[in-house]
Write a protein that binds this ligand. Sequence first.
Ligand SMILES: Cc1cc2nc3c(=O)[nH]c(=O)nc-3n(C[C@H](O)[C@H](O)[C@H](O)COP(=O)(O)OP(=O)(O)OC[C@H]3O[C@@H](n4cnc5c(N)ncnc54)[C@H](O)[C@@H]3O)c2cc1C
Length: 419
Amino acid sequence: MPEGADSPGTAEGKGDPSPSPKRALIVGAGIGGLSAALFLARAGWSVTLAEREPLLNEVGAGLQLSPNVTRLLAPLGLLDDLEGIAVKPGALRIWNGTRGEPLSRAPLGKSAMARYGAPFLVVHRGDLQTALARRAKAQAAIDLRLGLSVESISESEDTVTARFRLADGSEETHAADILVAADGVWSKSRGLLGMPSATRYSGKTAWRSLVPREQAPLFAREAEVNLWLGPRGHLVHYPVCGGREINIVAIIEDSWREENWSAPGDPVQIEARFLGWHRKARDLVGSAETWKRWALCDRPADARWSSRRTTLLGDAAHPMVPFLAQGAGQAIEDGATLAALLRDAQTPDGIAAALNAYQTIRLPRSARVQSEARRQALIYHLEGIPARLRDAALGLLPAGALLKRYSWLFDHDASAPAR
Ligand SMILES: Cc1cc2nc3c(=O)[nH]c(=O)nc-3n(C[C@H](O)[C@H](O)[C@H](O)COP(=O)(O)OP(=O)(O)OC[C@H]3O[C@@H](n4cnc5c(N)ncnc54)[C@H](O)[C@@H]3O)c2cc1C
C-alpha cells in the first residue's frame, strides 16, 4: 500500500479551510489524465495518477494541436519540450481526392501564430505522451502509478475511494478529495459511476500508418497538413517526429468495429478502397507497408459529468469522431479548466461547487465540438453533385476565411474560465 493510501487529503470538517494540499485521484494517464495532473499540480493539488498499462508505450500516430491547445501547453513547458519533435505546418491544403485538384489552402505557421498568439503543431501521440509523462514524473506533487486498473469507486460526503487491480492479481485502494475519470473512450469508470457507457459507432473506421520520410511520395514530405476529400472516404497526412515520419490516416465508411486502438489492417484492403482515387492519393496509400485501424465512435453529450466528489475528463466525458482533430485538444482543455476552478477550492462544498462549474462550462463546449465533428464527416464524404457544390464553395473561400471559421474553437482560453 503506498504512503498515504486510503486516507483522504483532509480531516477538516465541512466548511473548514485546510492548509494541506487537496488530493486528486486521476484514473488514466493518457493525454487527458497526464495534462490534468500537471495543471492540478500547478494549482497546488497533490495528484495520484493511476494508469492500467504497465508501460506508457508510444502507441498511436499523429495528433493535431491547434492554438486553443498549444496556448495551454506553453505554461507547462511542453512547447519547449516538443521543440524539434513537433512539426509546425505552414498550411492546411484541401484536395479533391479523385481529380487531384487543389480546393483550398489555409495558411497556418506564422499566420496562425499572428492570429491566435499560439502555434499550430502536429505531433506523434507517443511523443506528446512521453513529454507529458516526463514532466509529471519530475513533479513531487504527482505520483504516477502504472499497472493499476480501476475496479470500483465509492463516494462519501467528503471523500472518494477507488480500488485498483494490479497485474499480479493484488489490489490497492486509494482515497482522495476528488476522482477524475480520464480512462478514455471505452471508460470503465463511467459504468462504475453510474453513467451510460455504451459508445455509438459512426460507421467509419480510421486506418493509420507512419511512413519513413524517404519512403513517402515527394508531395507528402512538405511541412503541411493535407486533406483529400472523396466519395465515402478521406485522407489526412502530415509529417511528425521532427519530419522523419509521415503520418497517414485514411478514413473509410465500413461496418467493422472492435474496441481496439491498434488492430492490424491489411494493406491490400485499404489500397483497394482507394483504387478509383487520383494517382497521388493512391501513391500515398501505397507507400505505407503496415496499417493499424480503429473504429470511430462517439457518444451523445451527457446531461451531467460531476457528482460531489467525481467528474469525467477527455474521451471518457466526450468521445468524438476525429474530423475536427480535437480529441486530444478537448481533453487538454478539460484539465486546464478543471484546475483553474479547483485552484481556490478549499472546503468540501467549495470543491463540489468547482466540479459543478466545470461541467457547466465544459459540457456545452465539448458537445459543440462533438456535433461539429460529426457534421464535418458528412461534408467530407459527399459524392456526385453535392460533392461538386462543396468543392466549388471551398474554391470561392478567400485566403484566411477557412481559419476564421474556426475562431470559436481556436480563440478559446480554457485556463481562464468565466464562471
Ligand atoms: C493506445 C492509444 C492510441 C491512440 N492513438 C490515437 C491516434 O493515432 N490518433 C488519434 O487521434 N487518437 C488516438 N488515441 C486517442 C487519443 O489519445 C484520445 O482521443 C485523446 O487524446 C483524448 O485523451 P484521453 O486522455 O481522454 O484518452 P486516452 O488518450 O485514450 O487515454 C486513456 C487512458 O486511460 C487508460 N485506462 C483505460 N482503462 C483504464 C482502467 N480501467 N484503469 C486505469 N486506466 C485505464 C488507458 O490505458 C489510457 O492510457 C489513442 C489512444 C490510445 C489509448
